[in-house]
Design a protein around this ligand. Structure first.
Ligand SMILES: Nc1ncnc2c1ncn2[C@@H]1O[C@H](COP(=O)(O)OP(=O)(O)OP(=O)(O)O)[C@@H](O)[C@H]1O
Ligand SMILES: [Mg+2]
Length: 497
């Protein structure tokens, strides 16, 4: 024991001990702490079903043959019959209790959103500690055992901001964690969900919770050049942003598009994409145009062609229902430019809607989920660094009436400010990947935390929670996320109607 009153070990060989402890803790939790999660109804249901099958098929034959049976066979039949009666009497009460436990455990603990179990674990001692931002520097070679084995509850309503980032390698559990958190936050606080579904991973989830799926471009298109009540100056700057982060044009190209759009506005016209493209092509044909200008025009024209099918009239219905129902925008089947453009434009429009009605910003009403949308978070545009809208939203904290949940594999492409500003930061493993260096650096992890990540399984994560940091907890929790139960999905569906 150190004078801190905690167990102190040195780095030497400690990673092995840490793995052994992790295994032991998990085993212990499986048999004790997580009892309340067990679905008794499910197990008894199986016994009940088996017994029923047995009685129906074997019963009549057995009944006839009972007289000629050996005592052991008769005992077997009696055993199954007794089990059947037992299941009949106890199945429903136990199923009900189990249902209640499941709802109680995840549905709404008073303190917030229950994400899973957190475990005792080692953290490295630090030389410098910043309370507000627990991205720490200067890990020493000594470690302390911290935390408790207990439910991991996020006090989402009282976080400094309602934003969350989930990182990790492919198949590490990002989507499961994202779905678990957003569903429980929605159940607890009545928040509505809007998912920008990069790869079509949320369609069956949408079906389970009764959310509406908007397939792009069939059911949803974007119209970035409509003024919709915004001033010309505001629209011009949103077009620059959209062209840079969404259409991936360089700042120079984005500016060219903006100037053309401004000329249309000066003539009181809200242009279509093909009208702008036509002007760009005319510029290219202009004899006085420089080679550089021609090359720029070619690139813009190419990009416009590759995104033209997602541009058209916007369905007002989609934005009207945003705060009253759960919605999924499916980008499956689109190219990367189209995906980035649509995600960025939808986010811009929502941001505008919230800004236009300040009363919407009083409290968080909506969670916007961007799964694998790292492309629109990148801060490098051409050779310049620009701040994307999601980064601005996260940096400005609680100001808006929505929280953003961003999940991504490409941690290197996500700006540091974005990661550090998010109140809840979840790091899953990157098995067999070389990005541990940057993960360690970005989150300021020590060898122990890195070792955890390397040995962690699907659904296990290190979680930095600013709410806890503000209450004085200076370490990340080591958490196993509970997958959603069918009860929770059903409760969502019932609420959504
Ligand atoms: N908390 C968990 N508990 C149990 N199993 C889990 C958990 N999280 C993930 N898994 C398992 O791992 C699989 C992959 O998880 P998930 O789809 O969330 O990974 P991902 O990080 O989003 O992957 P990708 O990068 O491919 O999108 C899931 O289908 C599930 O079977
Ligand atoms: Mg995923």
């Amino acid at each position: 024991m150190s004078d801190l009153g905690v167990e102190l070990i040195t780095n030497n060989g400690a990673v092995d001990e840490l793995r052994a402890r992790k295994r032991k803790e998990r085993w212990r939790n499986t048999i004790s702490f997580q009892k309340s999660k067990k679905n008794y109804g499910g197990w008894l249901g199986r016994i009940f079903g088996l017994s029923l099958l047995f009685i129906i098929i074997i019963g009549p034959i057995a009944g006839q043959a009972m007289n000629s049976l050996a005592p052991t066979e008769a005992a077997m039949i009696l055993f199954w019959a007794a089990l059947f009666v037992f299941a009949l009497i106890f199945y429903w009460p136990l199923a009900l209790i189990s249902w209640n436990l499941q709802i109680k455990r995840h549905g709404s603990p008073d303190e917030g959103v229950l994400l899973g179990m957190s475990y005792k674990h080692y953290i490295q001692l630090r030389h410098e500690v910043e309370k507000e931002d627990i991205t720490l520097r200067g890990a020493s070679s000594e470690a302390v055992l911290v935390g408790e084995n207990q439910d991991f509850i996020l006090d989402y309503a009282n976080e400094p901001n309602p934003h969350m980032i989930v990182v990790g390698g492919s198949g590490s559990g990002k989507t499961v964690t994202t779905k678990a958190f957003m569903t429980r936050a929605s159940l607890k606080y009545g928040l509505k969900l809007l998912v920008i579904d990069w790869n079509g991973e949320y369609e069956s989830y949408a079906d389970q919770i009764g959310a509406t799926v908007w397939h792009v471009p069939k059911e949803l298109k974007i119209n970035p050049f409509a003024l919709r009540g915004a001033s010309i100056a505001d629209r011009a700057s949103s077009i620059i942003d959209l062209m840079a982060f969404g259409a991936k044009l360089t700042p120079l190209q984005a500016n060219t598009v903006r100037s053309e759009v401004l000329e249309f506005y000066a003539k009181d016209i809200e242009p279509t994409l093909s009208q702008i493209d036509k002007v760009i092509l005319d510029m290219r044909r202009d004899r006085s145009a420089s080679d550089l200008m021609r090359a720029q025009c070619d690139l813009i024209d190419q990009r416009f062609r590759s995104v033209q099918r997602v541009i058209g009239a916007e369905p007002e219905e989609f934005y009207k229902r945003m705060l009253t129902s759960n919605n999924v925008v499916s980008l499956a089947g689109l190219n990367d430019f189209e995906k980035a453009l649509v995600s960025y434009a939808v986010l811009q429009r929502i941001y505008e809607e919230f800004n236009r009605k300040p009363e919407l910003n009083n409290e968080v009403k909506l969670i916007i989920v961007l799964d694998e949308a790292w492309q629109i978070l990148q801060s490098k545009v051409g050779d310049e660094t620009m701040e994307s809208l999601p980064s601005r939203i996260v940096r400005l904290g609680r100001k808006y009436g929505f929280g953003m949940l961003v999940s991504t594999q490409q941690i290197e492409d996500v700006p540091n400010t974005f990661i550090n500003s998010s109140s809840i930061r979840v790091i899953h493993s990157y098995h067999g990947s070389s990005v541990y260096g940057s993960t360690t650096e970005i989150f300021g992890l020590g060898d122990f935390e890195t070792a955890y990540l390397k040995t962690s399984e699907r659904g296990e994560a290190l979680i930095f929670d600013k709410g806890r940091a503000m209450r004085g907890q200076l370490w990340a929790d080591y958490v196993k996320v509970d997958m959603l139960t069918k009860w929770e999905l059903e409760a969502m569906k019932a609420k959504g109607l």
